[in-house]
Design a protein around this ligand. Structure first.
Ligand code: GLY
Length: 288
C-alpha cells in the first residue's frame, strides 16, 4: 500500500488538499480526491480566479476551463470556455467517463453539462461585478493567474490530476488557456508521474509544460528537477527580458514532490499522511 499524497497550487490549495485528504484516507481513488479538492475551490467565492466568483472576460461573462487526467488508465476529459456551470471540473470528469470525446468547448460543453444533470447558475459575485465595472472604466487587466491544479497519489499507488480556472481576467471571449489542454495544464501517467501548471496559459501551452515535466520524470529526473528544468525552458522559450509567471508542481509514484516558478512568490500546498504544509517554490526568472 502506498502512502497517499496531495499537492495543490497556491495557498488556497491548502483547503483543497484537506478536502481531498478525506477522500484518500477513506480509501478513495486519486481521481476522486483530485476532483473533490478542486471542486472545493470552485465553490469558494473568495477565490477570484476559479469557479464561482472567478473574474469574467471582457464581455462580463465568466468562462471556465477545466480538465482531469487519470494516470492509471490514461483517460482524460476537458471543457473550455464553459459558461454558467459551477463545477467545470465535474463536467470534465463526465466528458472523460462518457468516453466519446476528450475536449468540449463553449455552447457544446454547456449543452453536454445540462444533458448530464448539471444545473445552470450565475457565477458572478458582488466582487466580480465590481471588478468588471472597474475594468470597463480603466481597461486594466489583472496581472495574476492562479489556477487550482491538484495532483493525487492514492493508497493503491495510482496517480491522477485535476485543474480548473476562470483564466485570465478580462480575457477575449473564447480565449482558452493551458488548463484544459491535456499536456499543457496537466498530465498524469502512472509510469512516470503527474504534473500541473499555473500561470500565463499562452506561455505554458507553447512548451507543452505539464507533459514535459512528466516526460523528464520518465527519463529519471526527480519531480523537483523536472519542474526546474521546465521553468528554465519556459524562460528560454519566451526570449523576453522579464519572463511571465509560469509555475509547475509534480509528484511521482514514490510520493516525491516538486515545484518551481519563473517568478518569486509561488507557493504550493502539500498533504502527506497527517500533515499539510505550504512550500515556497524556487524561482528562476528574477524577482518582479
Ligand atoms: N493558467 C490559466 C490560464 O492561463 O488561463
Amino acid at each position: 500500500m502506498a502512502n497517499p499524497v496531495l499537492v495543490a497550487t497556491w495557498p488556497f490549495g491548502l483547503a483543497a488538499v484537506r478536502v481531498g485528504s478525506e477522500v484518500l484516507t477513506d480509501g478513495g481513488t486519486a481521481m476522486a480526491a483530485a476532483i473533490a479538492a478542486v471542486s472545493h475551490t470552485e465553490a469558494d467565492p473568495e477565490v477570484d480566479s476559479v469557479g464561482y466568483g472567478g473574474l469574467p472576460n471582457s464581455a462580463g461573462v465568466v468562462q471556465l476551463d477545466a480538465a482531469v487526467m487519470d494516470g492509471r488508465t490514461g483517460h482524460a476529459g476537458a471543457v473550455g470556455a464553459l459558461e454558467g456551470i459551477l463545477h467545470a471540473v465535474q463536467v470534465a470528469e463526465a466528458v472523460m467517463r462518457d468516453g466519446r470525446h476528450v475536449f468540449l468547448v463553449g455552447s457544446g460543453a454547456k449543452r453536454f453539462a445540462l444533458e448530464h444533470g448539471f444545473q445552470e447558475q450565475d457565477l458572478l459575485t458582488e466582487n466580480s461585478r465590481n471588478w468588471f465595472k472597474e475594468f470597463q472604466r480603466t481597461g486594466i487587466k489583472k496581472d495574476f493567474f492562479d489556477t487550482i491544479g491538484v495532483l493525487a497519489l492514492d493508497t493503491h499507488g495510482d496517480l491522477a490530476t485535476a485543474c480548473t480556472t476562470s483564466g485570465l481576467a478580462g480575457k477575449m471571449p473564447g480565449r482558452v488557456g493551458d488548463s484544459p489542454l491535456i499536456g499543457g495544464g496537466l498530465y498524469a501517467d502512472n509510469e512516470a508521474g503527474a504534473a500541473a501548471a499555473t500561470g500565463v496559459g499562452e506561455d505554458i501551452l507553447k512548451i507543452c509544460g505539464s507533459f514535459l515535466v512528466v516526460e523528464l520524470m520518465r527519463q529519471g529526473r526527480s519531480p523537483q528537477e523536472a519542474c526546474q528544468e521546465v521553468v528554465r525552458r519556459c524562460i528560454r522559450h519566451q526570449q523576453r527580458e522579464t519572463s511571465t509567471q509560469c509555475c509547475f508542481i509534480a509528484c511521482n509514484r514514490q510520493g516525491e514532490i516538486g515545484g518551481a516558478s519563473t517568478r518569486k512568490g509561488f507557493q504550493y500546498a502539500v498533504w502527506k499522511g497527517e500533515q499539510d504544509s505550504l512550500i515556497e517554490a524556487p524561482f528562476f526568472g528574477g524577482e518582479f
